[in-house]
Design a protein around this ligand. Sequence first.
Ligand SMILES: Nc1ncnc2c1ncn2[C@@H]1O[C@H](COP(=O)(O)OP(=O)(O)OP(=O)(O)O)[C@@H](O)[C@H]1O
Ligand SMILES: [Mg+2]
Length: 601
Amino acid sequence: MMNGRRGHVMKKARFHVDSRLPTLLSQEYSSTERAIKELVDNAWDADAVTVRIDLPKPMTTESIVVSDDGTGMTEVELRRHYLSIATDRRTRRGDLTAVKKRKVKGRKGIGKFAGLMAAAEMYVKSSARGKCCSFTLNLEDLSAVDDIEKLDLSLQVDDCAPQVQGTVVALNRLHQGLSFPHPDKLRQILLEDYGREEGFVIYVDGKELGVDDVRGTFNEIKEDVGGVGQVALKFAISNQKKALRAPGIAVRVEGKVVGKPSFFGLDKSDDFPPKLLKKLFGEVEADGLFPHVTAGWDSLVENSELMLELEKYVQPILRKAFKKQYGREVQLAHARLQKKIQDRLASLPEYKRAYADRAIRRILDRYYDEPESKVEPLVFVLMEALERSDYRTLLEHIADSPRRDIASLVDSLSDFSLADMAFLGEQARARVSFLDYLERLCRDDDTLEVAVHKSIEKALWLFGPEYSLFSSNETLKRQTEEYLGKKFSGDRASNRPDLLLNEDLNSRLLLIEFKRPNHSLTLYDYQQATTYRHDFSRYTDQEIQVLLLGGKFGADLPKPHLREPHVRIMLFPQVISSARKQLDWLIKQLGWNQSNTGEMI
Ligand SMILES: Nc1ncnc2c1ncn2[C@@H]1O[C@H](COP(=O)(O)OP(=O)(O)OP(=O)(O)O)[C@@H](O)[C@H]1O
Ligand SMILES: [Mg+2]
């Protein structure tokens, strides 16, 4: 079909169908943003230098437009490559692009349709070698034919200036039910694949994709660094759980990136959690490094003192930024926890200590961004497991493996880890059942202090990991008995309180007074408990903590700031629910880890 104007031609085109089509089209793209990325991938494969993506403003009926300055397609190419579905491009045209020798992304020959998941109509215009071809494809027409092969498309061919080159895809009539394409989300997705590409610039709504698009905090500093000269550093620290694809700081000299992204020594320091490295994304321009760039631009000369200078400048900046963002968890919390761990490790026999230390380090490392309250139970339960020597066989097995036989040593270690995990899981689940039982007991109005005392006395983990370090011994029991016997004899015997005296590794004492689970705590209870402490303190110089347990807070209990030091008042329901939360978390973590045991511990 031709119309009268010169150089303006309308023709019919058909999709050529490959037999793999049915399986391929059934595949879906998970979001509009992912679908847009397919179009960017196509621009990449077409050796484009610039891609512009314009998203509709919210609440409008505007289109999504993706335009590139790639090779474009002539009519023949359009028919042969675009309008044929489901043929593997690489078997036809190789793994690398023609001009820029990029690694080709396309494989299935269906990516161009991705946009149709979000739009009812797709308009394509491609220009190459003085011709410009365009057509519109819409969902209604597609669904009207039973075989996509039968679809007639009107292809419009116009003349254009020979230097005009590239492809524009517009997705019109977006499905209203779908969530609007989100520029930030799109940027994240594009960043993963294209954040580090040279000579490929993507604009989303007019703004160039860059370091500052990493979700998290962004920093930019320009300074004169002795020896190196002008340095422009920009980096972002991601606040997302997911690790970045190509983390680190790219070093750019005279506009070109040299070698792989660097961590400026952070990757080699013991006191920096390796996991955090995966959150760093940035770029530093330092033309002064030029004399130390190797001929192939693939690295800097070894031990370059200019690079060392730069490292001296950059590393503290990075540390500071990380500390600001993750510091509370990384440094403070874990330092305090480490201290507790050290104390406890010291009491383990030597042969266990090494393994405990290693296992704990891995946990700390893995959960660096979790608050201490979550990491602590995990670590302490592990400690407990180690202290109980359930691992003897395994440890002996490890000790037996021939020194040089690394492979078998590795196997033993991984056996050990599995046993560890299994044991942790078992223990956590058992503790949950224990909580169920205790909860029932506490709900019963007839439950007396002596019953809760008996149930809890060997389960102090209930009050939090720090309490699981306390345990009773014969001397302490006798002392308590003697004291109570003396003080509550004769007709006072019926007032005899239920006390438990425990001691921890640091010789601190813990005095627990149990009240009935339905008892509302009063000022009098508080005074009694502190009096008992006072009385006990006559026998010892050790610090004594007081824990008063009951069912409810009475109105006249002194406010926290009016209490004596080291007195805690806790309620059964609270204690149970917070213990349950910690266990649930632990079980969830372990469950998740079961499929990843290779990585764990
Ligand atoms: N923007 C573009 N510029 C130039 N040619 C393009 C463009 N988009 C698509 N093409 C051509 O159309 C072909 C089909 O694209 P399509 O995205 O459907 O498949 P693909 O990229 O080969 O594989 P995949 O389905 O994995 O994306 C491409 O191989 C390419 O030759
Ligand atoms: Mg493609």
